[in-house]
Write a protein of this length. Structure first.
Ligand code: ADP
Ligand code: MG
Ligand code: MG
Length: 321
């Protein structure tokens, strides 16, 4: 552990959930601070073990194997998250849809593999959250069509971040940052100043296009630069338009700010699919939610409530230390 030269502060990074986890927090009792860090890492591992599609023994994998044959009884936690995912699908008219995986699994971004047009068209008929039935009484999930799959990659990291922040609050830790890849949430302050997060330049690994000061909020970014390959000048990346089964291509990145990371995570993926016009329209009618979008030409767009802060952000070259 590094102490950053200030007693009571701890920072730790780890690779869990297929991404980089960062936890940075303060407690005046160093033992409690240590416990906070360990609690976050353990919670991330617990959620990964339950919700990863890459772990055969995960509850999610079980659902994908069996839910087309018969309704599968699942844990209260997974049930709640599936219900929440379906609510975001309703809100976004299906731009967010965890059944995207019915076609999404045909892509392998590391190996540069994608379905041909016919495979893609066939698999896309399986993508539809209405075909994912949740039975509240039985706490079961059922796939209406065989071949369907679900994947929580667009919401589970945000959910994990929220869970970790709750656990830290219970440990009496009120100044913290928890990040899982592109999903972050902060509480309190960092060394007496607001936390801040840089919005990455989608086309420059080192560049930052905006810096946002944060007080007790969550921030999520979805970008087309996280996992992708290029073929014939076309970028194939991990955010899928459920209508086409192909990568969504209206934006380079979508950053959403809100009060909890489950919401901002799901909405960043949603807005990335919806694109500039429809995405911004949605964000501007949701109270307490803001957005910074980078369009296809690299231009920045702010939601209405952030517009006054625009000048503050532009021209800043990096996040404060
Ligand atoms: P990150 O993985 O960097 O956090 P996102 O939060 O945008 O980025 O999540 C992208 C992931 O969301 C994809 O890897 C995939 O698992 C999932 N996903 C892709 N398209 C959709 C979609 N239309 N609806 C819901 N989830 C999606
Ligand atoms: Mg997301
Ligand atoms: Mg995410």
């Amino acid at each position: 552990f590094s102490t950053n030269g200030m007693a009571g502060w701890l920072k730790k990074e780890a690779d869990i959930m297929g991404t980089r986890i960062v936890v940075e927090l303060y407690h005046q009792d160093p033992a409690v601070a240590q416990q906070g860090v360990q609690t976050v890492l353990a919670e991330m591992r617990r959620i990964d073990a339950a919700m990863s599609p890459f772990i055969d023994s995960s509850e999610l994998s079980l659902v994908n194997r069996e839910a087309a044959q018969q309704p599968v009884k699942i844990s209260a936690e997974l049930f709640r998250l599936l219900r929440r995912a379906n609510r975001v699908s309703t809100l976004t008219h299906g731009a967010f849809d965890i059944t995207f995986a019915s076609v999404g699994y045909l892509y392998d971004y590391r190996r540069g593999i994608r379905p041909d047009d016919e495979q893609r068209a066939r698999a896309t008929t399986l993508v539809n959250y209405h075909q994912l039935q949740l039975n509240e009484v039985q706490q079961t999930v059922h796939f209406v069509k065989s071949g369907m799959r679900i994947d929580l990659g667009g919401i589970a990291k945000g959910y994990a971040v929220d869970r970790c922040m709750e656990l830290l609050e219970q440990l009496d830790i009120h100044n913290a940052l928890v990040r899982a890849g592109g999903d972050s949430r902060v509480s309190g302050e960092r060394w007496g100043r607001p936390w801040s997060i840089g919005v990455r330049d989608p086309r420059d690994r080192e560049g930052v296009v905006a810096v946002i000061p944060l007080v007790d909020v969550a921030v999520s970014t979805s970008g087309d630069y996280e996992r992708f390959f290029e073929r014939d000048g076309v970028r194939y990346h991990h955010i899928i338009n459920p209508r086409t089964g192909d990568s969504a291509r209206e934006l380079q990145s979508a950053t959403i700010i809100g009060s909890d990371a489950t919401t901002t995570d799901a909405l960043s993926t949603s807005v990335f699919v919806l694109g500039l016009q429809d995405g911004m329209k949605l964000i501007n009618r949701l109270p307490g939610i803001d957005a910074i979008l980078v369009d296809n030409h690299g231009a920045l767009h702010y939601s209405n409530d952030l517009e006054p802060a625009r000048n503050l952000h532009s021209g800043v070259n990096g996040p404060s230390p």
